[in-house]
Design a protein around this ligand. Structure first.
Ligand code: 0O2
Ligand code: 0O2
Length: 210
């Protein structure tokens, strides 16, 4: 039994704070080089105790095993403008050596039945404490702004209906997820066309200068 939640959750809080600084730092580096940043913004949270207990009951995880078996007590979210950026962010994470990737779950290429799309990377992040190093599981969710819009609203409706959506709402949410998917696809296409136009324009400028 966990007697002191504050003590148990302290390294998770530290991990989130440190990771947010590091991941936001990557965005800063892209900006400094005047490059498009595949990272739009980063958020993080430690799961509230009530949600930890709910999930433990739902998944049959005993409290002694929370540390090893609940992967999202610490959660970081990275939002991207374009779907392509998600893969760039995953690659950036794979190339880092300040944490170890344990698992990847790709709900971008195969969405969940609910309509949920996102790329999940579970890492083991070492936190330095006064009692030595402690490795913490952190779930990083990487998604576009459109995927995040859908997930945020679906998540809040979930609370209202306690996860038991009427069939009609379920179908509408799947249709809304499809609309978010089309929005991402359209934005990517517009972006490609702008990039092509820019490339043609700069080639023309170079030729005119010769
Ligand atoms: P709720 O209930 O969703 O409203 P800062 O240090 O100022 O940059 P701050 O204030 O610590 O940031 O918050 P941050 O990091 O910007 O965002 C925390 C938010 O993360 C939460 O807000 C949620 O919107 C979001 N979040 C919720 N669930 C998850 C999750 O599973 N994983 C991740 N990574 N983020 C989540 P609230 O107000 O805590 O919660
Ligand atoms: P929170 O803090 O309320 O967001 P499970 O929890 O059984 O679905 P598992 O195996 O723990 O699944 O991992 P999964 O599905 O890869 O990731 C779980 C987290 O992904 C959820 O955390 C959500 O943040 C997000 N997620 C997964 N499916 C959906 C979905 O259909 N809709 C939305 N909005 N988010 C989803 P929690 O536990 O719900 O916590």
């Amino acid at each position: 039994m966990i007697q002191h939640w504050d003590l148990f959750l302290a390294p998770y809080k530290q991990a989130i704070n440190e990771m947010k600084v590091k991941l936001k730092g990557m965005r800063g580096q892209f900006k400094m080089q005047s490059e498009h940043s595949p990272i739009e913004f980063v958020t993080g949270r430690v799961k509230p105790i009530a949600s930890i207990l709910d999930k433990a009951t739902r998944k049959g995880i005993s409290l002694e095993k929370l540390e090893d078996e609940m992967q999202d007590i610490a959660g970081v979210r990275m939002m991207c403008q374009f779907e392509d950026d998600i893969h760039k962010v995953v690659e950036l994470l794979r190339n880092r050596n300040d944490f170890e990737i344990m698992e990847e779950r790709d709900y971008v290429s195969s969405r969940k039945n609910s309509g949920y799309r996102s790329y999940h990377v579970v890492v083991r992040y070492p936190v330095q404490t006064i009692n030595g190093e402690k490795k913490i599981l952190v779930e990083i969710q990487i998604r576009t702004l459109a995927m995040n819009f859908w997930a945020t609203i679906e998540h809040s409706l979930n609370y209202k209906y306690s996860g038991q959506f009427p069939q009609e709402i379920k179908e509408r949410l799947v249709r809304a997820a499809e609309a978010a998917y089309l929005l991402d696809a359209e934005m990517s296409q517009i972006r490609e066309e702008i990039q092509e136009a820019q490339a043609i324009f700069s080639r023309k400028k170079e030729m005119d200068a010769d």
